[in-house]
Ligand binder design. Structure first.
Ligand code: C2E
Ligand code: MG
Ligand code: MG
Length: 842
């Protein structure tokens, strides 16, 4: 290199020979730039003021010597000017890491260097320029060296350089479309050993031929750089190739910078392969989430919905906007048991996972079951962040299960229970009946001559007939009763919580009637009749087998009795039931046939032995059965509603008789008439009573109405209302059979009544039972305090009469004074009797 330098010294001449030197030294002396000059022998001939200031060395110390190095270095070494004077230019690069021939015109050299500056005690970064002064022949006569303190700039630059070098992101400088500089990270990222391997290359040379968008790398790189130059800053994604041929995605930022007056591009990369991979994965997960056949729902830590997928929209009928931010509870049908939710949260807390069945409500109002799997999601620190729930609609599975279950428990043809279910359910019902002390009936039904229909008209018709029979059977019983088909033409009905045997007879009768009706099947009119057998729990058996067997036996009795009828397992019961059903039938026509009559029983004043009133008691004179007492037919009349008409008849008949007695001059104070529960409920009662009183001209108090304690207690509010209205009509009111129910005197106080009728059961035991005596005495005392009249029922003995009259009972009624008898019998008896006072007739 030195050989090529143009300022090579040709010949050394004496300084004195050069005339221009003194002028030069004079100029240098005046320069504000630190400068010194060496003569051809390397001795300092000028050391200007600025140089003194910079170095701390006085010119007097150095002029004429070769010691100027002491101003710069701690050990002896040549300065730039020395190398030039001594023609050792080839050593410059040994002493100065940075140098170049920047002063070509002046044939000078530029270097930069850190100098120790021993006299100042601090390092300086000096820019050093040295230039020769030549004589006419071109010989160097002196060398001028100028110094510039660049310490400050250098430290700023070195900091920037450090930043550039140490940046974890790969950084490049591009000039004229070529990489001219890069940091270590760039080298490593690309997988090269040194930057020399690719400096001066175009960016497209470190890239695949084509970028993902299809544009070829060269023209795209040019376009990107142009954009950066345009805008000053440009960011984009770029695929790079590593030394080994592999590629990676970088996010590239190009910014335009000024490098010593030249425009360059500062290019920073960030390898975003990981981010891209994560983004790709996320995109994939999002697709999976969206396209999953399972409904998925994600909530935040406080269980607010933050995402739902399409399947959930489809299953629930809600769009995401309607769900986001809400509690998943909005989907619930409120049918899932509370415990399920409790178990669910417990499991999520403990194991972070739960699965099970939930009931949801679609937007359209449909309830559907779903299988749910819920996971709690935690972050790296173990904090709960989300819940993810996936659901499958299991309506169909449930429906299939239900179908299978139904098939297992039901008769396929009729849909009734099969034998298996019947036996199970009957066993359950028996447990309940035993526990609750109730009766239960098993009714066997066999269709008469079904085989004939089946054989002559075919199975198809037979099947349709059986289906119709099943339908009619189901209509004969309550929801809670069991209807089953055992097979063939055999059916069983089980009646639970039976009030009495008659209920079973009534249902059996209904079954016989209903199944005996004409059938319209396949356009044909068919007839069949059933034979029905009944066994009762507990009377005819306590277990399933016995009850079934006995009902079957009873059914055979029905067949023997000519079919188309029902039979109880015990013949006595069949007789009772038959009688009852006949009574029911006859009762409907009894009123029209004038088969009822009223008998009257006297009520006697305890102290004076005088008849004061009578109680009207109904009798049914049955054309075949003779006189039937009320307890035998009143309940039937109640059940069938016939009581309404009977009650009206009794009321009018009693009023008529009362008026007749008064007319005849008997001083009777009142007639008592019994009211049934049915009558008390009737909204017409008050007007009926008023009409009767008015019609027969009875005075207030001449009619007394008796309501049993239990009837009054049935619906107290209503009873009080009705009774008030009756009392306001001038009617006396009595509580019948007092002491058999649960009513307290405190309660009775609220009823607008005048009379208490002490039940026969108390009176009967007054003599023997001290308890009853005490209760009767207390009741009498209390009634008196309440201002009530007391009538004792069923007084049969003198002792009873004595007890009652000594306890101030007002009236006594019982066989001791007379049985209930027809009005004319009583009238005859009273005629001239002292016990029946006569009115003063006028
Ligand atoms: P009740 O109102 O308590 O009538 C008293 C019953 O006791 C009557 O029975 C009467 O004959 C009977 N009796 C009276 N004194 C004695 C006695 O010393 N010893 C015994 N062992 N019995 C006595 P009956 O007439 O058979 O009436 C029974 C029940 O039928 C009545 O009880 C009443 O609740 C109801 N009843 C009677 N007639 C009617 C009516 O016209 N309408 C309604 N709804 N029920 C009526
Ligand atoms: Mg009575
Ligand atoms: Mg009574």
């Amino acid at each position: 290199m030195a050989a090529a330098l143009p300022w090579r010294r040709r010949e050394t001449k004496k300084i004195a020979n050069y005339r221009g030197l003194s002028f030069t030294t004079e100029v240098v002396q005046q320069l504000v730039v630190p400068t010194f000059v060496l003569d051809a022998e390397g001795k300092v001939i000028v050391w200007n003021k600025a140089c003194e200031t910079l170095t701390g060395m006085a010119s007097g110390e150095v002029l004429g010597t070769r010691n100027h190095w002491r101003a710069f270095y701690g050990i002896e070494r040549p300065c730039l000017a020395d190398l030039m004077v001594e023609d050792r230019l080839e050593e410059i690069d040994h002493y100065y890491p940075i140098y170049h021939q920047s002063l070509e015109v002046a044939q000078g050299v530029h270097t930069e260097n850190w100098c120790v500056m021993p006299l100042r005690g601090n390092q300086l970064y000096l820019e050093i320029d040295a230039g020769p002064i030549r004589d006419e022949e071109g010989n160097i006569v002196a060398v001028v060296e100028t110094l510039r303190d660049m310490t400050l700039r250098q430290s700023a630059e070195s900091r920037l350089r450090t930043m550039f070098e140490c940046s974890p992101d790969p950084v490049w400088i591009i000039e004229d479309g070529r990489f001219v500089e890069c940091n270590d990270s760039a080298i490593h990222t690309l997988g090269y050993a040194s930057k020399d391997q690719f400096l001066n290359t175009h960016p497209s040379q470190l890239s695949p031929p084509v970028q993902p968008d299809g544009e070829d790398s060269y023209s795209k790189a040019e376009r990107m750089m142009a954009l950066a130059r345009d805008k000053g800053l440009h960011r984009f994604e770029w695929i790079h190739t590593r030394a080994d041929g592999s590629t990676f995605t970088a996010e590239v930022t190009l910014s335009v910078i000024d490098l010593a007056g030249r425009q360059a591009i500062y290019c920073a990369w960030r390898d975003i392969s990981d981010r891209k991979r994560a983004e790709d994965a996320l995109r994939l997960y999002a697709k999976v989430f969206e396209n999953s056949g399972e409904a998925i729902l994600i909530t935040d830590r406080s269980n607010r919905i933050i995402a739902v997928n399409q399947a959930l929209e489809r299953d629930s009928g809600y769009c995401p906007e309607e769900l986001l931010g809400k509690d998943p509870r909005v989907l619930s049908a409120h049918k899932t048991p509370r415990e399920t939710y409790q178990l669910m949260w417990a499991a999520l807390r403990e194991s972070g996972y739960w699965q099970g069945e939930l009931w949801d409500l679609r937007k359209d109002g449909m309830i559907y079951p779903k299988w749910a799997a819920i996971s709690a999601i935690h972050d790296a620190k173990g904090e709960l962040t989300n819940y993810i729930a996936s659901f499958t609609d299991i309506s169909e599975r449930k429906a299939a299960e239900a179908r299978i279950d139904h098939l297992a428990h039901h008769d396929a043809l009729t849909g009734l229970f099969n034998r298996y279910s019947l036996e199970n359910r009957l066993a359950q019902s028996l447990l309940a009946a035993r526990r609750e002390n109730q009766q239960l009936a098993v009714i066997f039904i066999d269709l008469d001559r079904f085989k004939v229909i089946n054989d002559t008209l075919g199975h198809h018709v037979g099947d349709l007939l059986l289906i119709e029979v099943a339908n009619r059977l189901s209509e004969c019983v309550r929801e809670s009763d069991i209807v089953a088909r055992l097979g063939g033409d055999e059916f069983v009905v089980t009646l639970t919580s039976l009030a009495n045997d008659m209920d079973a007879a009534l249902v059996a009768k209904k079954i016989v009637a209903t199944l005996g009706d004409t059938y319209e099947i396949d356009g044909k009119q068919l007839h069949t009749t059933p034979s029905v057998g009944i066994s009762l729990f507990p009377a005819n058996g306590e277990d399933v087998d016995t009850l079934m067997k006995n009902a079957d036996t009873a059914m055979y009795h029905a067949k023997e009795k000519g079919r188309n009828n029902f039979q109880f397992f015990s013949p006595a019961m069949t007789a009772a039931a038959t009688e009852r059903l006949e009574l029911e039938r006859d009762l409907r026509s009894a009123l029209a046939n004038s088969e009822f009559e009223l008998h009257y029983q006297p009520q006697v004043c305890a102290t004076q032995n005088l008849v004061r009133g009578v109680e009207a008691l109904i009798r049914w004179r049955h054309p075949e059965r003779g006189l039937i007492p009320p307890l035998k037919f009143i309940p039937i009349a109640e059940e069938t509603g016939v009581i309404e008409a009977i009650g009206t008849w009794v009321l009018n008949e009693a009023c008529r008789q009362m008026a007749a007695w008064r007319q005849a001059g008997f001083d009777l104070q009142h007639v008592a008439v019994n009211l049934s529960a049915h009558q008390l409920r009737s909204p017409d009662l008050v007007s009926q009573v008023q009409a009767a009183i008015a019609h027969f001209g009875l005075s207030p108090g001449e009619l007394e109405l008796e309501i049993t304690e239990s009837v009054a207690m049935e619906d107290p509010e209503r009873a009080i209302g009705q009774l008030r209205a009756l009392r306001d009509s001038g009617v006396e009111l009595a509580i019948d059979d007092f002491g058999t129910g649960y009513s307290s005197l405190a309660y009775l106080k609220m009823l607008p009544i005048h009379t208490l009728k002490l039940d026969r059961a108390f009176v009967r035991d007054i003599e023997s039972d001290e308890n009853d005596a005490a209760i009767s005495a207390a009741t009498l005392a209390l009634a008196r305090n309440l201002g009530l009249r007391v009538v004792a029922e069923g007084v049969e003995t003198e002792a009873q009469r004595d007890f009652l009259s000594s306890h101030a009972c007002n009236l006594l009624q019982g066989y001791l004074f007379g049985k209930p008898e027809p009005a004319d019998v009583l009238s005859a008896h009273w005629q001239g009797s002292l016990s029946m006072p006569r009115r003063a007739t006028n």
